[in-house]
Design a protein. Structure first.
Length: 137
């Protein structure tokens, strides 16, 4: 197996779901967390022309920014039925601006209720940044 510079994988957690994400930088970590969250919930997007959403959010630290970003994606999924597979993210300080491309959600096998702060810490590692994100289901 190659040594990827970014990715995600599910880890065992007693009551909820957990995902470890890694990437060279915070922008990459946010994108991998989003991709991993959709993968964890088995989200399938409709194969139609993509819709675009722009956003701007601020965090008081990197962990807060991560939770706010994933929570925003969950909110859009619940309210508008949209999921995303395209990410153009720009980070200035602790302000994240982005352009997301996606489509209506065709199916989702597992529901994620919320992104938690449980043991959330973004760590520097030899491959960049890494975090374990726990989801309330």
């Amino acid at each position: 197996m190659d040594n990827p510079t970014a990715g995600y994988f599910e880890i065992e957690h007693t009551a909820d779901w957990a995902l470890t994400v890694f990437a060279p930088d915070l922008v990459g970590l946010l994108e991998q967390a989003a991709r991993g969250m959709y993968n964890l919930s088995c989200t399938v997007l409709q194969p139609i022309s993509h819709e675009v959403r722009t956003f701007s959010i601020e965090g008081y630290d990197s962990e807060h920014l991560l939770v706010k970003f994933l929570s925003e994606l969950l909110f859009i999924g619940e309210e508008e039925g949209l999921g995303f597979d395209g990410y153009e993210l720009l980070l200035t300080g602790l302000t994240l601006e982005g352009r997301l491309t996606g489509a209506p959600i065709e199916s989702q096998q597992k529901e994620i209720k919320a992104v938690t702060y449980h043991d959330l810490q973004i760590r520097s590692t030899t491959r960049g940044l890494e975090a374990t994100v726990v989801f309330d289901v």
